[in-house]
Design a protein around this ligand. Structure first.
Ligand code: AMP
Ligand code: GLY
Length: 420
């Protein structure tokens, strides 16, 4: 019959996780809570990712062999702790460990302690002090809310007045609790790299590296988003560089987390800048990246289930997965207006045609089924991944898929893969 796995979340990342887990020989059933229109109705559990009580009651009843948590919010709310207390195997950090993502102030303090390279910064709980510090800070400057803000709590600018206005907005509560502590940070130059590692707290298994395209518009212009595309592997992510990231960044952070009494198990995701002085950390995430997962997971051979379950048990089996040669590239199709306000409920056409293309995978994000049709239901609507022997082939395939899919107001970047 095979093991039964619950994936928590509703994005394309969770669709990709469910799809990849279902390929594993050990896995007999994958549920997704709450999932989206990409998940067969019978496999959807109609509970929000943040409905801890509901999920716990459901899991006590169904006893999944493994629960994999996609997004940060349920982790930060303590889902993994609650499941573990109930004797359920869960892949994801405890609430305390997830603070590595949920509190940028904590992550920064820990990096300073562990000697991990990161941008210089100061953190402020007081608006006037922050504004005073900003007054003669070199430009460009980076202003961040310390707490979780879905990638929208960050401003990178060379306009001092804009930075000041953002500091004021954060303290005035635009991001609620997330903005109560504000970081002002040195601007780092260089390409970005996402390194995701599965860990049991001590041992690590690096997944194939990826590059995320965070801005809304071509050429890296426009506001920051959750991510508009991804490619794997980036040409500048050499084995030597990844070894350096593991030795100088991931291992020291895991060690510091153990020393704090809050060992980190799950995905430790380092968002890096490749600066002339070497890789420096922009942020840590406590989960798979989205859209990185949609480009990284299809590249894995072996058993993702065995990798994640062994990490959750505290005895990581790093050889459970291998990496397929070739490349993958993911293009996000978003609702017109995203990351600002947008309308939903538009029918999505062409999904079956796109899914039938060779080397193309369609992962749903903000979609729902309405009257038997797939309609848009969120900011990021679909993630379309192309697989190929080369990045160029992967890219051509992904965009071939994108061109077949239509919904009113659809917006996507045309330049995913450039500079990869
Ligand atoms: P974060 O949520 O901290 O990863 O920030 C979101 C995005 O803002 C990053 O992916 C970068 O593109 C940009 N960013 C954040 N911090 C810096 C920095 N210190 N220097 C340059 N860009 C940054
Ligand atoms: N793609 C960025 C993130 O998942 O945070």
């Amino acid at each position: 019959m095979g093991v039964r796995v619950l994936v928590v979340g509703s994005g394309a990342r969770e669709h990709a996780l469910a799809w990849r887990l279902a390929l594993d020989p050990e896995v007999g059933r994958v549920w997704v809570a709450p999932g989206n229109a990409g998940i067969p109705r019978e496999d959807r559990v109609p509970l929000a990712a943040t409905d801890l009580e509901g999920l716990l009651a459901w899991a006590r009843r169904e006893r999944p062999d493994l629960t994999v948590v996609g997004p940060e919010a349920p982790l930060a709310a303590g889902l993994a702790d609650r499941f573990r207390e109930a004797g359920l195997l869960v892949f994801g950090p405890t609430r305390e460990a997830a603070r590595l993502e949920a509190s940028k102030a904590l992550a920064k303090a820990l990096m300073r302690e562990a000697g991990v390279p990161t941008a210089d910064f100061r953190s402020f709980d007081d608006e006037l002090e922050a504004l005073r510090y900003l007054a003669d800070h070199p430009l460009p400057v980076v202003v961040k809310a310390s707490g979780l803000a879905a990638g929208k709590g960050v401003l990178v600018t060379d306009d001092r007045a804009e930075a000041q206005a953002f500091v004021r907005a954060l303290f005035s509560g635009r991001f609620g609790e997330a903005g109560r502590t504000v970081l002002i940070e040195e601007f780092l130059k260089g390409p970005e790299l996402s390194v995701l590692a599965v860990t049991d707290g001590e041992r690590v298994r690096l997944l194939p590296p990826a590059r995320d395209y965070k801005r809304a518009l071509d050429g890296g212009r426009g506001p920051n988003t959750g991510g508009m595309g991804a490619c794997s592997p980036p040409s500048d992510a050499s084995e030597a560089l990844l070894g350096q990231v593991e030795a100088a960044i991931l291992r020291p952070v895991l060690k510091a987390m153990r020393a704090r009494g809050t060992p980190f198990t799950g995905v430790l995701y380092a968002g890096l800048k490749l600066t002339p002085e070497g890789p420096k950390v922009l942020e840590f995430n406590a989960r798979f990246g989205d859209p990185e997962a949609q480009a990284v997971l299809p590249r894995l051979s072996g058993s993702l289930y065995r990798l994640l379950a062994s990490a959750a048990r505290g005895a990581l089996e790093p050889e459970a997965v291998g990496v397929r040669p070739g490349a993958a590239l993911t293009v996000v199709m978003a609702s017109g207006g995203y990351p600002g306000s947008y309308r939903t409920g538009f029918p999505v056409e062409g999904l079956a045609e796109a899914a039938a293309l060779e080397g193309v995978l369609i992962f749903h994000a903000g979609t729902e089924v309405e009257g038997g049709r797939v309609v848009t239901a969120g900011g990021r609507v679909l993630a379309i991944t192309g697989m190929g022997a080369t990045l160029e082939e992967a890219r051509a395939r992904a965009y071939r898929g994108v061109r077949l899919v239509r919904f009113s107001g659809a917006h996507y970047r045309r330049d995913i893969g450039e500079g990869c």
